[in-house]
Design a protein around this ligand. Structure first.
Ligand code: GLV
Ligand code: MG
Length: 324
């Protein structure tokens, strides 16, 4: 290990994260009763300009009045390039800061953006005498944000997670897409011709680089990497496939833009019973190996070593978190 210790963000369960427009208060109660881990009440792109003020009021009232149980509550503020943003922070944190766990910052571009919001939130928390510190979730969804992702990830003690905002990222990079978070068949390769001259098309994951780059920046700074939206909420298989490939890369959660996606995210982002049992066996086998003075042994015909312990510990810890 490097001598540089990575401080981990608070261990918050974040398998699923539900987006609810602040302008749709009739959706709040149902969301509060759902099985989602994190809810973000949106003031940004799901809210039209002339609804922003009312949405802010709805959110403040809902944070104070609704029983959200043990869910983590977040508010997505408007971007730093808009005049809505300062009021979002001031009004929501002043009037509902006690129940607010997280602030989601969209289209974050530089570490200075994070610094600016941190400064505002710190002043309000101090003035109000809050003892709890609100955490930050950053959406990496512009070319600038991706270019500066490492600095953004390291920019504040409040940072908890990085989110891949695939829709805006596509717009910012001018990527060719049709469905939010889906794939494009033009991102593919052709196999060489077989004997009969036929060729296969292999589709690729056009988001691989962006997601992998964000995962590295998040993990190198002790933050949770979270995959963003999948637009076609009728396509459960498509959602599951997108969530699985994000999980394989190291993401620990995915957005739900529709309540039907919550169960899918929770399912994919929770370790299976078989995985937890295997992890426990690895820990037992390694404990025995260590007692016998060995650093590596075989289990079920495969080599396991100290790296296996670290992976198994992460899994067992996650299972504990889920079972509460
Ligand atoms: C989320 O905000 C996105 O743009 O995908
Ligand atoms: Mg966006």
């Amino acid at each position: 290990m490097s001598f540089h210790a990575i401080e981990q963000a608070p261990g918050r369960l974040n398998r699923s994260e539900l987006a609810i427009p602040g302008s749709q208060p009739q959706m709040f109660e149902k969301a509060a009763k759902s099985d989602v881990d994190v809810i973000f009440l949106d003031l940004e792109d799901a809210v039209a300009p002339d609804e922003k003020e009312q949405a802010r009021k709805n959110i403040i009232q809902a944070l104070n009045d609704i029983d959200w149980g043990n869910k983590s509550m977040s508010v997505r503020i408007n971007g730093l390039d808009t005049h809505y943003m300062y009021r979002d922070v001031v009004d929501v944190v002043e009037q509902a800061g006690e129940r607010l766990d997280l602030i989601m910052i969209p289209k974050v571009g530089t570490a200075a953006d994070v610094y600016a919001v941190d400064m505002m939130v710190t002043q309000i928390e101090d003035a109000k005498g809050y003892s709890k510190r609100i955490g930050f979730e950053h959406i990496i969804e512009t070319a600038l944000g991706m270019q500066n992702v490492s600095e953004i990830a390291a920019a504040s003690k409040r940072n908890e997670s990085l989110h891949f905002g695939v829709a805006d990222y596509a717009a910012s990079t001018r990527a060719r897409t049709t469905i939010i978070g889906g794939v494009n068949q033009d991102y593919s390769v052709l196999t060489d011709p077989a004997e009969d001259g036929s060729r296969d098309v292999h589709w690729g994951d056009m988001w691989h680089y962006a997601l992998a780059r964000m995962v590295v920046a998040a993990r190198a700074n002790g933050l949770r990497p979270i995959d963003g939206p999948f637009g076609d909420f009728q396509d459960a298989d498509g959602y599951r496939a997108a969530a699985k490939r994000a999980a394989v890369l190291g993401c620990e959660g995915k957005w739900a833009i529709h309540p039907s996606q919550i169960a899918l995210a929770n399912e994919v982002m929770s370790p299976s019973e078989a995985e937890v049992t295997k992890a426990k066996r690895i820990l037992e086998a390694m404990a025995e190996a260590e007692a016998a003075g060995k650093g590596a042994v075989s289990l079920d015909g495969r080599l396991i070593d100290y790296a296996s312990i670290r992976q198994a510990e992460v899994l067992v810890e996650k299972a504990k978190q889920i079972s509460g």
